[in-house]
Each structure stands twice: as C-alpha cells, then as structure tokens.
Design a protein around this ligand. Structure first.
Ligand code: C2E
Ligand code: CA
Ligand code: CA
Ligand code: CA
Length: 279
C-alpha cells in the first residue's frame, strides 16, 4: 500500500501544474473546501534565544485537497486573495488558531502567542475587526495570545487607514507584528507611527548571513532599531547554528526557522510544548 501511495504522489506532481492552471476549478474547490473542513493549520515554533524556551508559534495554513493531496499556501493563497475567498478562509484560520491555542492553555501548557498571517485583502475588509473579536469571544482566548502578522508592504500601501485599524486592534488587546520586514521600502520613520509589538526580519536577510557581510550589517541594524523602538525582534528562516550564533551576538530576542523546527501538526506541536516545560 505504501508504494502505491508513493506512485500516486508522483501522479499528483505531474498533473498539478495542469490542474493549477485551471483557476476556476480550483476556486470552486476552494470554496467547497472551506465548508468541508479541508484546510488545516500547522504551527512553527518560535524560541526565545536566551531562555531557549518556546514563546510562540506561527500558524500556517495548508489544504488537504481531496484529489491533489496536500497543498501549500504558495499554491492557493494568491488565488484566494484575488478572488476574495481569503476573507472567509482567513476568518477560519483566525478562529482555528484561537481555538487551538486555548485548547493548549486549557490542558495546562505554558501560554504562548500564536501568530496569524493577514493579507492585504483581509485588512481592507471592514469585517476583519469583528471577525477577530468574534474568534476571541467564541473560543475564550485572551486577546494577548493572538498576534496578527501584517506585511510591511500592506502597511505602507494602506498607511492612512492602517494606523487607525491597528489602534483598534491594540485596544482589543491583540498583538501586531510587521512581517517580512526589510523587503518593502518602509521608511524607518513610518515604523514609529505604527502601533506594533513585534518586528519580523525577512528571511532573505537571514539566509545569507553566513557569507554576506552586508546582510549581516542590515540584520544587525534592524535588530538594534527594533530594540530602540521597544519592539520584540523575531528573525525568521533561521536554518543554521552559525546564523543562530550571529543573531544571539546581536541580541535578537526570538528566532524561528528550520534549524529550530519546521511547521508541524497541532498535535505534534502540543507535545513539543509539553516537553519544553519539563525542567
Ligand atoms: P510567511 O508569513 O513569511 O511564513 C513563513 C514561511 O517560511 C512559511 O512557508 C514557512 O514554512 C517558511 N519557513 C519557515 N522557516 C523556514 C526556514 O528556515 N527556511 C525556509 N526556506 N523557509 C522557512 P509557508 O507555510 O509555505 O507559507 C508561505 C506564505 O504563505 C507565508 O509566508 C504567508 O505569507 C502565506 N500564508 C501562510 N498561511 C497563511 C494564512 O493563513 N493566511 C494568509 N493570508 N497567508 C498565509
Ligand atoms: Ca508570517
Ligand atoms: Ca515572513
Ligand atoms: Ca542577500
């Protein structure tokens, strides 16, 4: 049975490019997939570099497609954004992340913050704030354990309305992170005007740290800038011990990346969180 499974995976890989071209089919399948519970979340751990403890997780959506198998966000998020389906999908993602986080807390695990990605299309939707409020109320999760990750380009493009909406979220008590920082030409002054709690350095600056002197300078500057502004700085895409050591030398607070753990199923993450607590 195992080898049959492997064969059929090959078939998917060959047929996938053709299938994905048919946007309308995929779109309709996405619509029903949301209703049928075909989407699920994986959680990637975030560690405090000094204590070595898990302090958070990023929730990342996946789609268990009935015919194509497991699909990654790169294969459907753009289509979801273009079509507006990202609004109901994002609503589900937020609610599920809150529900899962509350469940971990209820089972006695150390409370952590779970980050959820919010795309520009969702951010422009009037219902976002009430969707988030509803998710918190319905699951009973305290707002402080939810973090919304907003990309730098989203904030810059919607700068006028962004600050007001972000203030509303801060009043609600949720945390706000600027994602993919360093990629979107935001002025450093603009950074100050956003009510942020965290800054996530884009993976592109981390990946070449071991051999690119200018990336080291940039990463170091972003980390101290974040610290000066009172933000928690997260480095994402950390893949090597050398990168970790460099980030520690810059006093980067939190790290996320394959070196520490890949995105994983909720059950597995729960076990990891339980283990981390063992003295
Ligand atoms: P992102 O927000 O920058 O998320 C981090 C991505 O980097 C994830 O890819 C993660 O698996 C990957 N990653 C983590 N550590 C490493 C590492 O050490 N090395 C490398 N090479 N990659 C690493 P993923 O899960 O494929 O997600 C891709 C993007 O899709 C995300 O980028 C985010 O923009 C979007 N996305 C994912 N889930 C959601 C969602 O629920 N809603 C929305 N709107 N977007 C989502
Ligand atoms: Ca993110
Ligand atoms: Ca990112
Ligand atoms: Ca580079």
């Amino acid at each position: 049975a195992k080898s049959a499974g492997r064969d059929s995976f090959k078939v998917y890989e060959q047929t996938r490019p053709e299938r994905s071209v048919n946007k309308l089919t995929l779109l309709e399948e996405m619509r029903t997939g949301i209703e049928n519970g075909e989407f699920f979340l994986e959680y990637q751990p975030q560690y405090n570099l000094v204590s070595g403890r898990i302090v958070g997780a990023e929730a990342l959506v996946r789609w268990q497609h009935p015919a194509l198998g497991r699909m990654m966000p790169g294969e459907f998020i753009t289509l979801a954004e273009e079509s507006g389906l990202i609004v109901p999908l994002g609503r589900w993602v937020t609610r599920e992340a809150c529900r899962q986080n509350k469940e971990w807390q209820e089972s006695g695990l150390m409370p952590i913050t779970v980050g959820v990605n919010v795309s520009a299309r969702q951010f422009r939707d009037d219902g976002l704030i009430s969707d988030v409020r509803d998710a918190l109320e319905e699951t009973g999760l305290a707002a402080t354990y939810l973090e919304l990750e907003l990309t730098e380009s989203l904030l810059i493009k919607n700068a006028d309305q962004a600050v007001g909406l972000m203030d509303d979220f801060r009043r609600l008590g949720v945390k706000l992170a600027i994602d993919d920082f360093g990629t979107g030409y935001s002025s450093l002054a603009a950074l100050k005007s956003f009510p942020l709690t965290r800054l996530k350095i884009d993976r592109s600056f981390i990946s070449d740290l071991d051999f690119d002197e200018s990336d080291r300078c940039i990463a170091k500057a972003i980390i101290s800038l974040g610290r000066e502004l009172g933000l928690c700085v997260v480095a994402e895409g950390v893949e090597t011990a050398k990168q970790q050591a460099f980030l520690a030398s810059c006093r980067c607070e939190v790290v996320q990346g394959y070196h520490f753990g890949r995105p994983m199923a909720a059950r597995k993450f729960g076990k990891l969180l339980a283990m981390t607590l063992t003295p």
